[in-house]
Design a protein around this ligand. Structure first.
Ligand SMILES: Cc1cc2nc3c(=O)[nH]c(=O)nc-3n(C[C@H](O)[C@H](O)[C@H](O)COP(=O)(O)OP(=O)(O)OC[C@H]3O[C@@H](n4cnc5c(N)ncnc54)[C@H](O)[C@@H]3O)c2cc1C
Length: 325
């Protein structure tokens, strides 16, 4: 049985447990959210012992070499000593919280963060609750960081953001993480940006960043929602179409009547009809995890190279454990 050494605590990993389970059981507050290796908010570093490769999936080679691992994926074969005081959070100040649609708010934060548009940060609530949000802002263009948060009916973090955060309040961030961002290596390459709901946040960031860096190839942003009411920042995106001849913006909705710029249908079928062939494209996909998985597979089967598909699935945390009897 492997043992986890955390300061003066020495905790045995019980059968079937991950390091995250073990530490939480032992009373160690580890930020965590999706518990599926997507949000990386439970990333830790082993200062002694080797985490299994399966706990380092999605980390950069430099991080793997330094012993970083994701506690939620880690079922260790040997004892691990957790490095303390790593990845200290970055302080941020709330600039404002404003509605973008009936169930999406824009949170703007002032923070000294180096990032790329489209990456994501993990927001930490003072009680340790952690959730990841993608960056819609573009460094160098927008001073505050901009996040688009879908407010879930009983969402612990999203309700807190929408109802309790006010200008001037302090929060903490970790990150940035993720490789869903634009690089200017091939300025004439066609780009397809496709996503649902608040998946628009990283996609609009990537599109603006690419245009700002002088991308000359066609850029198409396809935003899917359940109904047309779920499309937000429509005016901003339509203005971008007017300003940049190589930028195109399409909307699709599952239900409702078609209108100019709005198709009715599932996002996979609309994307497939518009882009039957994706050889040579760079594709960015964000939002609902099921749609991201389906669109990623579809993009590959239609010719996009796997290493030219960049995706962030907005995996939510498992529901809180029911109170005991
Ligand atoms: C890499 C990454 C990037 C992300 N980026 C964004 C982003 O830019 N914007 C954003 O809004 N979110 C984003 N998310 C999701 C975000 O991290 C949170 O999971 C989300 O805000 C919900 O957190 P919460 O605490 O409000 O809800 P929780 O209290 O965690 O509740 C979530 C629960 O709600 C349930 N649920 C899920 N969908 C619904 C629904 N439609 N109606 C009712 N219940 C539902 C799920 O079962 C889940 O258990 C991202 C996630 C990841 C991993």
């Amino acid at each position: 049985m492997a043992c986890i050494h955390h300061g003066d605590r020495h905790l045995n990993v019980e059968h079937g447990e991950t390091v995250l389970d073990t530490l939480l059981r032992g009373g160690v507050a580890v930020p965590n959210s999706c518990r599926a290796g997507a949000c990386q908010s439970c990333r830790l570093r082993a200062s002694a012992g080797s985490p299994p490769a399966s706990a380092q999936l999605g980390l950069k080679a430099t991080q793997r070499e330094r012993g970083y691992f994701l506690a939620c994926l880690c079922r260790p074969d040997e004892d691990l000593t957790i490095a303390l005081g790593e990845d200290l959070p970055i302080p941020a100040t709330v600039v404002d919280v404003a509605p973008l649609s009936a169930n999406v708010v824009r949170l703007r934060l002032g923070a000294a963060l180096e990032y790329r548009a489209g990456q994501f940060v993990t927001l930490l609530r003072p009680d340790g609750l952690a959730r990841s949000y993608s960056l819609a802002s573009v460094p160098g263009e927008d001073a505050p960081l901009e996040l688009h948060v879908r407010v879930l009916p009983n969402g612990r973090m999203s309700q807190w953001i929408a109802l309790e955060l006010t200008p001037g309040m302090s929060v903490q961030l970790r990150g940035p993480e993720g490789d869903c961002f634009y690089t200017a290596s091939q300025p004439a390459q066609p780009l397809l940006l496709v996503g649902t709901g608040t998946g628009l946040a990283p996609l609009i960031g990537v599109a603006r960043d690419a245009l700002r860096q002088g991308h000359t190839g066609p850029i198409t942003l396809l935003h899917g929602a359940v109904t047309a009411a779920g499309h937000y920042l429509v005016d901003v995106l339509e203005d971008m179409c007017q300003q940049y001849p190589n930028f195109d913006y399409l909307r699709c909705a599952l239900h409702g009547d078609p209108a100019p710029g709005l198709e009715i249908g599932g996002i996979e079928s609309v994307a497939a009809a518009r882009f039957p062939k994706l050889a040579g494209h760079r594709v960015f996909i964000c939002g609902d995890p099921e749609r991201v998985q389906a669109l990623r597979k579809q993009s590959f089967l239609r010719g996009a190279r796997m290493n030219e598909i960049f995706a962030d699935a907005f995996v939510t945390a498992p529901p809180p454990a029911a109170p005991g009897p």
